[in-house]
Design a protein around this ligand. Structure first.
Ligand code: NDP
Length: 444
């Protein structure tokens, strides 16, 4: 049996009941087979893949807090410190009822390769809780965040592990978490990124994942002799990533016609009015259906179905496995020729394989959404130098990082005879640096 198959069997046996983690590892190992097979003896001898697929540490803890009715609530909290070969653990915190160890391990594993692709010195981690901030008062969210950080603060630090936001963790949550860290530790340090601008945050961090996604999409289109200008785009989600992907795509001349949330989707043939979406989502924390009440001519449809809308470019920006094989077929049959993932693993394995088989332009999440973590690393640099760069400076660096990622991904794919297969390219390019660092650091 090949080394890759052996390790995959081991991962399934040793991590039962963790389908998302299995899915993420399988996708990476399958596309690394070319590289691994060429160095099989060397990698086997140092159990490189066994170590790469085993998190360095997982902390899980109880998060008790008191709700507005005086009831004691208890949630689960986690931090997965996956791999620190190339830098301190870095990766977001997700607050969503679906959060469990499998999802955080898949996200942490993906993060290792993504962070490597940015070219910056950051290792991979992820964390979060099954707490649902939706429908909670600000006081309840604060009580939860304070309790969560009271435990988490024992395991993180500016040179150790630097969490950021993810689903359900935006500026409000980062503020409460940071306040509690500072209070307990007495340290004013860059221990979290995505901070507010008055206490160490970086300009353009809020926009970074969405903008970065569009920069790399434009770069991919450019190499195919096209551009976003004049293209019809469908974007799923209506959170941080989706909103700023919409903003940048519109700036580059695309027409974004649809967005969704977990209840349903809106279609606006005239092009989404982003100020209305921002008011609903960023100010009122409302539902996307409210868009149809505010904008005449737009239509709201309850449920899934956003990928039935015809488009040239699709940018899934909501959550994992939100786009399946049927959706992929529908998209392509209606003329979609470019998909770039703003979310982490939004396409199922079958959908990804279909995109590759049809040879459309397809950029996987670990490359396409790396702009967020890259800008987080820029925030860390500013914090340690006690400096603040301008919006334009950060945005320019972000753009160059995304163009650099495209180049790395595309050239790694070509080097291994998989021209145009950016899934293989991203996995190989991300893996090479981490593997090199792990080899150099001995058996740890
Ligand atoms: P937000 O919480 O800001 O927004 C998430 C959006 O996705 C919401 O519109 C939400 O709808 C929707 N969504 C979440 N879960 C589901 C679900 N199960 N089914 C349908 N829709 C769902 O999160 P972000 O925008 O920050 O994150 C979106 C994706 O991007 C995630 O995969 C995240 O891991 C990834 N990402 C984020 C980065 C960042 O910097 N924020 C960096 C890199 C990747 P609803 O309100 O109904 O839940």
């Amino acid at each position: 049996m090949s080394y890759v198959s052996e390790v995959m069997e081991r991962v399934i046996a040793k991590n039962p009941g963790e389908p998302e983690f299995h899915q993420a590892v399988k996708e990476v190992l399958d596309s690394l087979a070319l590289v691994i097979d060429a160095h099989e003896d060397e990698f086997r001898k140092i159990s490189l893949l066994e170590r790469l697929t085993e998190p360095e540490r997982i902390v899980s803890f109880r998060v008790p807090w008191v709700d507005d009715q005086g009831n004691v609530q208890v949630n689960k909290g986690y931090r997965v410190q996956f791999n620190s070969a190339i830098g301190p653990y870095k990766g977001g915190l997700r607050f969503h009822p679906s959060v469990n160890q499998s999802i955080l391990k898949f996200l942490g594993f993906e993060q290792v390769f993504k962070n490597s692709l940015t070219g910056l010195p950051i290792g991979g981690g992820k964390g979060g809780s099954d707490f649902d901030p939706k429908g909670k008062s600000d006081r309840e969210v604060m009580a939860f965040c304070q309790s969560f950080m009271t435990e988490l603060c024992k395991y993180i630090g500016a040179d150790q592990d630097v969490p950021a936001g993810d689903i359900g963790v935006g500026g409000r949550e980062i503020g409460f978490l940071y306040g509690q860290y500072k209070r307990i530790k007495g340290l004013y340090e860059g221990v979290l990124t995505g901070k507010g601008l008055t206490y160490g945050g970086s300009l353009a961090r809020t926009q970074a994942t969405g903008y970065g996604l569009v920069y790399i999409t434009e770069e991919m289109l450019k190499h195919a002799g096209q551009s976003l200008n004049g293209k019809t785009v469908v974007i799923s989600g209506s959170g941080n990533v989706a909103i700023y992907a919409t903003e940048k795509a519109q700036e580059l001349g695309a027409k974004v016609v649809a967005l969704n949330d977990s209840n349903g989707y809106i279609y606006d043939a005239e092009g989404i009015k982003l100020d209305v979406v921002k008011e609903i989502k960023e100010v009122r924390r409302g539902r996307i259906r409210e868009y149809a009440d505010a904008v005449a001519g737009s239509v709201y449809t309850e449920g899934k179905g956003i990928w039935n809308i015809a488009c040239d470019v699709a940018l899934p920006c909501a959550t994992q496995n939100e786009l399946n094989l049927e959706d992929a077929k529908k998209l392509i049959s209606q003329g979609c020729t470019c998909v770039a993932e703003g979310a982490n693993m939004p396409s199922t394995r079958e959908a990804t394989d279909y995109f590759l088989e049809k040879k459309i332009l397809f950029m996987p999440g670990k490359a396409a959404n790396a702009g967020g973590v890259a800008t987080s690393a820029l925030e860390m640099s500013q914090n340690s130098q006690r400096l603040s760069w301008s919006f334009e400076e950060v945005d320019e660096k972000l753009k160059n990082i995304m163009i650099g990622i495209y180049a790395k991904v595309s050239s790694a794919a070509s080097r291994y005879g998989a021209e145009g297969n950016f899934v293989a390219g991203a996995n190989i390019a991300g893996f090479e640096k981490v593997a090199e660092a792990m080899k150099a650091q001995g058996i740890v």
